[in-house]
Design a protein around this ligand. Structure first.
Ligand code: AMP
Length: 443
């Protein structure tokens, strides 16, 4: 299969070639022709499958082919849950639209809207937006959505998780009723299905990989360790493996900051990316990580949504997510677009329940690996975390005596600092999530 055979015009093929893609990914193969035919699409695709080009290329073609020579109203609207994802989609659109006469723009909160408003005033064909900023600018009459022909909801499951459902409904009420709709989601809860039913008309169902399965090329491993030894373990893994581009997930913003401090004390360059960081700091951290200026990016789930970091070799779950679907999202950051990758989870006794739920969702057992000096057995007493530079050098206790002496994992035993940090997603209602059923039957 070639991009040419999907019916794309030569200007777009040229841009695709410049990106270095030789063959379409499965989601592109399936989605591009049906979108070009004007169908509504319900797509099951997680990040890393090439879904962005899957909807961007056909949209560019449709908008180019039906362009009004005089006016440039906003005709395609792409809604995304996070600023980072919005910025990445916009970057993709710019790359793919190099040889067609299409203008695009991105708007999101956390930055001064002035520039966004003036860009839109100058005429934009395709707008990428987060829901809140879009509604703000619409309320200010800085933009009109009356000429939208195509609506794209990307990472729709995330948008619902992040509480955007009312905003989405408000936005839809501002759009013309006759339009093409594309909905992309990695998982399909009852809520997503209800949303899809209300928006899509006679959609073609498209799937990239079976729902809730992890990328085939990702090796998944678990290391058992008490909470108090996690930082030391991460430092050892990164140093021993000489890893240079590692994405680490923590459950809390506070935990992310703390881990960065510990890594930096051990000369491992790193930055945190989470909701308390300014947009400038988030963009800078991501840029430095992509450019290999820093080795480690520590992120919370929400901040990491949709991060496009090609060929990421290692992802570490410093803490496992309590929502099993989040595990699938997290490890979707590695082994991307056919490359192999490694997803490592550090699991304390308190997290064993999460492992069970993840395995149930994946229908697969996660392999337990061992790291020298961290030979945790559940009855061993735990030792206080020691991550200063000098102690980290000694922290590969080959005898294991030090480790054994201090490990204690009895339920309700000592509570370290991390236990005190409020989990970021504590107030998410578990009952709202789809119970773990298997892959859904969409083809
Ligand atoms: P996405 O799922 O859209 O976030 O894309 C994941 C990564 O795959 C991005 O880095 C894209 O640049 C890359 N990619 C998209 N399509 C292809 C393709 N056909 N061949 C190789 N890489 C691709």
């Amino acid at each position: 299969m070639t991009f040419e055979s999907l019916g794309l015009k030569k200007e777009l093929l040229k841009a695709v070639e410049e990106k270095g893609y030789t063959t379409p990914s499965p989601i592109q193969e399936k989605a591009i022709p049906v979108i070009l035919e004007g169908n509504d699409v319900l797509a099951s695709a997680q990040t890393g499958t090439g879904k962005t080009a899957g909807f961007t290329l056909p949209i560019l073609q449709i908008i180019t082919d039906t362009k009004n020579p005089k006016f440039r109203p906003i005709r395609a609207l792409i809604l995304t849950p996070t600023r980072e994802l919005a910025a990445q989609i916009y970057d993709n659109i710019k790359d793919y639209s190099k040889y067609v006469n299409i203008k695009s723009a991105v708007i999101f909160g956390g930055v001064n809207p002035k520039k966004q408003i003036s860009t839109i005033k100058n005429g934009v064909d395709i707008l990428v937006a987060t829901p809140g900023r879009l509604l703000d600018l619409h309320d200010q009459k800085a933009l009109s959505l009356k000429r939208i022909d195509i609506l794209i909801l990307d990472e729709a499951d995330r948008m619902l998780d992040m509480g955007f459902v009312r905003d989405i409904k408000k936005i839809i009420a501002l759009l013309p009723s006759k339009r093409q709709n594309l909905l992309f989601s990695a998982t399909f809860s009852k809520e997503i299905k209800a949303l899809a039913k209300g928006i899509l008309s006679n959609p073609v169902l498209v799937e990239a990989a079976p729902e809730n399965t992890t990328a085939e090329m990702v090796t998944q491993k678990i290391y058992r360790t008490p909470k108090s030894r996690k930082a030391a373990m991460v430092i050892q893994l990164i140093s021993d493996g000489n890893w240079n581009q590692v994405l680490i997930f923590t459950r809390t913003k506070h935990g992310a900051n703390r881990l960065v401090e510990k890594l930096q004390k051990n000369d491992i360059s790193s930055a945190a990316i989470h909701g308390n960081k300014s947009q400038g700091a988030r963009t800078k951290a991501l840029k430095e990580f992509k450019e290999n200026t820093i080795r480690v990016l520590v992120a919370t789930d929400i901040a990491a949504r949709g991060l496009d970091i090609p060929l990421l070799p290692q992802v570490i779950n410093y803490e496992l997510p309590n929502i099993p679907e989040d595990y699938v999202h997290r490890i979707g950051r590695t082994g991307r677009a056919g490359a192999s990758g490694e997803a490592i989870s550090l699991v304390a006794n308190e997290e064993l329940e999460y492992v069970k739920n993840i395995e149930k969702l994946l229908k697969q057992k996660l392999k337990i690996a061992e790291l020298e000096g961290f030979d945790l057995t559940p009855t061993e007493p735990s030792q206080p975390e020691s991550t200063s530079k000098s102690s980290s050098k000694n922290k590969k206790p080959s005898s294991g005596n030090q480790t054994k002496r201090n490990f204690r994992n009895k339920k309700g035993s000592k509570n370290n600092e991390e236990n005190k940090a409020a989990p970021i997603r504590n107030n998410r209602k578990k009952s709202k999530r789809r119970p773990n059923k298997g892959p859904r039957n969409i083809t």
